[in-house]
Design a protein around this ligand. Structure first.
Ligand SMILES: [Zn+2]
Length: 454
């Protein structure tokens, strides 16, 4: 395959540039990003090219449950009743099924514009609660799905030791997640050989409920210094109340006081924050991982986006439970949730960037790249050649000035405008279809046939 591309318009770090030549090496790293270039005779000129989005929070196996938990139970439904159902599913999935589900999910993510994913992976053990003969079996299956589809992955093995604050013992239905610090470090060690330009290995203490302050400190201290660290935090008010009851502190307050947060950290959800916590996360350099479609599905609450932007906080988006696999839906919900909450318009913007779509896409590229710990999120020399080519023949985009493209893509209509996707220099989506789509779908459908019998 050709290792270069000519774009009439390409989104660079400081905005849209004209006539950009992009070249990459055999490893898939960009080696030339030249604006105001001159197209060679017979060179195909693409219309609008931009960096692929990073999906900074994923539990791949939950893709299999999407749409299955929208039936009311006898009492009021909540995050916690949803979680009980999710656990029932989680107890049965085999490693082969996990791989089939993840491949389907990742192919869908790629087709909609995500070129990287951070996988918050906690189904480590077999259904009976024992480790597989290969301790890294399930993590390797998920990495295998990423490699087969072409998406870049940051695998984050999850430390999950307790059922709740005060080191409550795990419930029986949490037995597949059970890990201590030593086991996670052993897992990371085993996964080291999977690392390459497409695969990074980090870590994820599940939450302050499931891992205590001392465990998180020990884990981070033993981790190589450049690796990403993700944690679920302050997703639900009940969690905030339980943390206050157990420690006298709110979750983010406790995390800020007990850990050295920096740009390696991704605080997933961080929904329920007071002003001091907003300022604290922003000042630490950590990334807030906002998962609006899932947060909406689970009734979590609203992230305090305008305050956080005003504090110059970094953020990115994730599809989490995978009720959606489109960055467009994620960003639209992120903005619309705030409009509904505040009864205002054009919330996500700053003095230097008043276009909401452009601000959101660029901010989430930066935040997502940090959270991934990988060289992604920007069309610049040394970064991965992770590119989206939009369908410039779609009526929404034909003859459109580049400055209008992101707002139109994000806020107008429901067609998928991603035509081709290149990840690490390899074409993985062509004319809207993943290059392995038939096989991946066949395996997923067969897997779901088995799972629905449960
Ligand atoms: Zn999550």
């Amino acid at each position: 395959m050709k290792q270069s591309l000519f774009a009439k318009h390409a989104l660079l770090g400081d905005g849209w540039a004209k006539n950009v030549r992009l070249s990459w090496n055999m490893n898939g790293d960009l080696t030339i990003v030249q604006a105001e270039a001159i197209a060679l005779p017979h060179e195909v000129q693409q219309g609008y090219v931009l960096p692929g989005m990073i999906n900074l929070h994923s539990h791949a196996f939950q893709r299999a449950m999407a749409g299955m938990t929208e039936i009311a139970g006898a009492g009021p439904d909540s995050f916690w009743t949803w979680r009980d159902l999710m656990y029932r599913y989680a107890l049965h999935i085999t490693p082969a099924q996990m791989q089939a589900i993840a491949a389907q999910l990742y192919a869908e993510c790629l087709r909609h514009g995500y070129t990287a994913v951070c996988e918050f992976h906690y189904l480590h053990r077999a259904p009976d609660g024992a480790f597989y003969a290969n301790m890294a079996e399930t993590a390797e299956r998920v990495i295998g799905a990423a490699n087969a589809t072409g998406i870049g992955i940051s695998m984050l093995p999850v430390l999950y030791s307790h059922a709740d604050f005060n080191d409550q013992p795990l419930r029986s239905d949490q037995r597949r997640f059970s890990t201590d610090v030593e086991q996670i470090l052993q897992l990371i060690q085993q996964l080291e050989s999977s690392r390459n330009a497409q695969v990074e290995i980090g870590v994820a203490p599940h939450s302050l409920r499931a891992a205590n302050v001392g465990q998180i400190r020990a884990l981070v201290a033993a981790l190589p210094k450049t690796r990403p660290i993700h944690i679920h935090i302050a997703e639900q008010e009940r969690e905030v109340d339980a943390c206050l009851a157990a420690s006298g502190k709110r979750p983010v307050e406790l995390l800020l006081e007990t850990q050295q947060l920096d740009q390696r950290w991704c605080l997933v959800h961080a929904t329920h924050l007071n002003p001091a916590e907003v300022a604290g996360i922003a000042a630490s350099g950590a990334v807030a991982g906002i998962c609006t479609s899932t947060e909406g599905n689970l009734g979590d609450g609203f992230f305090p986006l305008p305050d956080y932007i005003a504090a110059q906080g970094q953020f990115g988006i994730g599809s989490d439970s995978h009720v959606s696999h489109s960055p467009i839906e994620e960003l639209r919900w992120l903005e619309y949730g705030q409009r509904l909450r505040l009864q205002g318009r054009n919330i996500a913007q700053v003095a230097g960037q008043r276009r909401v779509g452009d601000f959101l896409w660029q901010a989430c590229l930066q935040g997502g790249a940090k959270a991934s710990g990988r060289q992604v999120g920007q069309l610049a020399v040394g970064k991965r050649a992770d590119l989206l080519i939009l369908d410039d023949q779609h009526p929404n985009l034909q003859d459109l000035p580049a400055a209008e493209v992101l707002n139109t893509w994000i806020f107008a209509g429901n067609d998928n405008l991603v035509r081709d996707v290149i990840v690490g220099g390899k074409l993985v989506v062509q004319a809207g279809r993943h290059v392995e789509q038939e096989r991946i779908q066949r395996e997923y459908v067969a897997c779901m046939r088995e799972l629905r019998r449960l």
